[in-house]
Write a protein that binds this ligand. Structure first.
Ligand SMILES: [Zn+2]
Length: 111
């Protein structure tokens, strides 16, 4: 059924925007995680730019999630932040010292 407030067209009403964000946030995060992991490989250990103050971060993540936002500017912003947060988490998590994310199981002594 078509939404009576926004007719499912941008600018979306807050209810539709929320719903679409729930639909697409997972995919935005997956894209962010893949990106964060790739950046860790090519340029590890850099300070991660803050989304709010980095035009570059906004531009890159908004480009990644643009197709999910369906032309709604506020939804694009929400999805881009979700993407950027997931990328940062992946980048910083992976940059932690190896011993904090994995450990060896000690060998059993031979009898
Ligand atoms: Zn609506």
């Amino acid at each position: 059924m078509e939404c009576s407030a926004c007719a499912d067209r941008p600018p979306l009403c807050p209810r539709c925007r929320d719903r679409r964000f729930q639909w697409h946030a997972g995919q935005a995060r997956v894209m962010g995680m893949a990106w964060g992991e790739r950046l860790r490989r090519v340029m590890p250990g850099q300070p991660w730019p803050v989304y709010e103050t980095s035009e570059r971060m906004q531009r890159i993540t908004q480009k990644k999630v643009r197709a999910l936002a369906g032309g709604d500017a506020a939804l694009l912003e929400l999805l881009a932040r979700a993407c950027a947060d997931a990328a940062r988490d992946m980048y910083e998590r992976a940059a932690a010292p190896p011993q904090s994310v994995s450990f060896r199981v000690p060998r059993k002594p031979r009898a």
